[in-house]
Design a protein around this ligand. Structure first.
Ligand code: KIV
Ligand code: NA
Length: 266
């Protein structure tokens, strides 16, 4: 696969080819996923849960993120690498700039920040310094304590309207990409059509420009025994892990995953 850049992803949005993104935390899976056709590797702070065994993403540090980003970078073959800004590492603008720089130096090509329109200033400052930003909206797991649980966001009409306005504002501020987690499928489709930048979804239906899945969920592994409804075990019917990852990529491209039952209604 030739190197995936922002230009590649913008072109895919224009032509309607779905973008396949997968979380990844080490070199071997980075090699396997990039060779299986995954365009974007996300070093998600989900590593706090699936690798470290915490019950939320809050304990993850910038050093943890940089360590795994550097590992992914060594195994990657041409995919775009996105690293999560962990909890409170963007508490101030200065911290946002310094911690984003650390993730970029570790090997990220883009950083992902959880939030909404309040991130506009940080997004603009990072873009001016050459750092592309993905804004993670909807269910932002770092705010689980404020939400009172992992709940679908944007179900009420006012909240849906605000999310659409925030998406437009963030595009205007210079965001390179948006990611919508656990948002009603219809709203995610509306937002994807309203902005020119690529929109990736998880638990957001098939109308977004691409999909992301947590690697362990794709492999049918679970620490908690609870599987969210938007998850699919791609090991089923496959002989090995590379085939399962390739089946995920193919299902995303064919718009077979996510199916209706993986999404949420308003
Ligand atoms: O940390 C993560 O894995 C994520 C994805 C679920 C989008 O942010
Ligand atoms: Na994350």
């Amino acid at each position: 696969m030739p190197d995936v850049t922002l230009t590649t992803l913008q072109g895919m949005k224009r032509t309607g080819e779905k973008i396949a993104m997968l979380t990844c935390y080490d070199a071997t899976f980075a090699r396997t996923a990039s060779e299986a056709g995954v365009e974007m590797l996300l070093i998600g702070d989900s590593l706090g849960m699936v690798l470290q065994g915490h019950d939320s993403t809050l304990p993850v540090s910038v050093a943890d993120m940089a360590y795994h980003t550097a590992s992914v970078k060594r195994g990657n073959r041409g995919a775009m690498i996105v690293a999560d800004m962990p909890f409170m590492a963007n508490a101030t603008l200065e911290q946002t700039l310094n911690n984003s720089a650390e993730l970029m130096r570790a090997g990220a090509h883009m950083v992902k920040l959880e939030g909404s329109a309040w991130l506009a200033e940080a997004v603009g400052q990072l873009a001016e310094r050459g750092i592309p930003v993905c804004v993670h909206m909807g269910l932002t797991p770092q705010a689980v304590n404020l939400f009172g649980g992992y709940k679908v966001q944007g179900r009420q009409e006012a909240a849906a309207r605000r999310m659409l306005e925030d998406a437009r504002a963030l595009e205007g501020a210079g965001a390179a990409m948006l990611l919508l987690e656990c948002v009603p499928s219809e709203l995610a489709t509306r937002i994807s059509k309203a902005v020119a930048i690529p929109v990736i979804g998880i638990g957001a239906g098939s109308g977004t420009d691409g999909q992301v899945l947590v690697l362990h969920d794709l492999l049918g592994l679970s620490l908690t025994g609870r599987t969210p409804r938007f998850v699919k075990n791609f090991m089923q019917g496959q002989a090995d892990i590379p085939s399962a990852i390739n089946a995920y990529v193919k299902a995303v491209k064919a718009v077979e995953f996510p199916a209706e039952e993986h999404g949420f209604s308003a």
